[in-house]
Design a protein around this ligand. Sequence first.
Ligand code: RVP
Length: 503
Amino acid sequence: MATFFPGESHTFSEYLLVPGYSSSECIPNNVSLKTPLTRFKRGEEPEISLNIPMVSAIMQSVSGVDMGVALATEGGISFIYGSQTPESEAAMVKAVKDHKAGFVESDSTLTPDMTMEQVIALKDKTGHSTMPVTDDGTPRGKLLGIVTSRDYRPSRDDHSKKVAEFMTPRAELIVGDKDITLKDANDLIWDKKLNALPVVDDNDHLVGIVFRKDYDSHKTNPNELLDANKRYMVGAGINTRDYAERVPLLVEAGADVLCIDSSEGYSEWQKRTIEWIRANYGDSVKVGAGNVVDADGFRFLADCGADFIKVGIGGGSICITRETKGIGRGQATALIDVCRARDEYFEETGVYVPVCSDGGIVYDYHMTLALAMGADFLMLGRYFARFDESPTSRVNVNGQYMKEYWGEGSARARNWQRYDLGGAQKLSFVEGVDSYVPYAGSLKDGVNGTLYKVKSTMCNCGALSIPELQEKARLTLVSATSIVEGGAHDVVVKDSQQTVSYN
Ligand code: RVP
């Protein structure tokens, strides 16, 4: 006879935290959100820890290069999507690894034969007055000179004058070598009283420009997640079919951690994938696996050697797996079950395998709940898709700014494979939808606002760290009626459309 899991399966909105005692120490500024990303033995430190418990979903509409840079800047990590060729995925990983904080790629590069008229127009458009001049007019071309507002006088000069006639030529420029650190670049800027330092490679091609005003960029991003060579950390999605081809390219490109991307992870395919990685790279390549929704699935992947394990089937905002295939489990119940299994596994083996709660986070408080239930970190799709840094463009839908967001199992994501990989995959059903999500501005502002709320709630629970929250949190299930009580109720909420008079 089939196994029946006891009780119902619940989701985040059906739980609340009951506050615990908070001492005067419990203020958001004292809270640390540092959390393990990869497995470690009792008494040892994980090889990779995150500074904030957030990773971006392995999705075309979420995790590209800009997301990788922006999230690592805040202390989390992106998993570049795997539903593209191994070569293009590796190129994205490399672009994040090559990104040098504070080394700006100019958006107003000139060629020597452009006119002052064009320079003035470009300056009006971009607002930037420092413009490199390259042989081909691209920000990676051979550096020929630089134009700043000190090089010309729009009110007096002939606007048809060529850039070559008034730029400061290469021979007179102080430049930085491509391997220069941001600190040394800034020192040079201060020592030589420069406003900007062009940085060039061995062939004198422009790599970027360091501006004087960026001097404090490290201080403004104290959580940034860097590798031993001070490059941003980045992850990459893999699958259980082409790993022998894909993994070497991703490792070569510098990926810090991989993750098998699948809606169902309790499978021989995942075992084989992890075994192949261990046979070829030992423990030096970190790989997460999933997704699972119960203790059996967790234990299987932990025994296979997964570095972290993702939990969640069918809870994603764009996911219709439960409707289509009838598999899954309420995210909160699945998470609680798996985290209990993780703790038992740790007791038995002395090996801690971090758990990632993947999908279904709707409100910021759901993040705190997931951490309280035992998650070490969270994978978020919808949340990150809303920001400037997601790979999709902002669109205006009925007067409201939106970003596009589609599932990896949607017709849209699969169409990409069908069209671009030569008709290899013709799938007869979809597990995800194509949607819009409300635009939410910059990742930095959004993440900082969210994490301030998470830290405040942790303080209400008397916790100054995630492990402390997991130990001290007191959770309660709520009835449907008490959920109504939790919103504004029995009042007429004010809105700008109402007509009000005071007599
Ligand atoms: P959410 O954050 O709720 O938007 O969920 C994101 C998660 O949804 C992903 O990390 C992944 O596990 C899952 N997903 C992605 N595509 C699909 C699908 O098409 N069904 N599901």
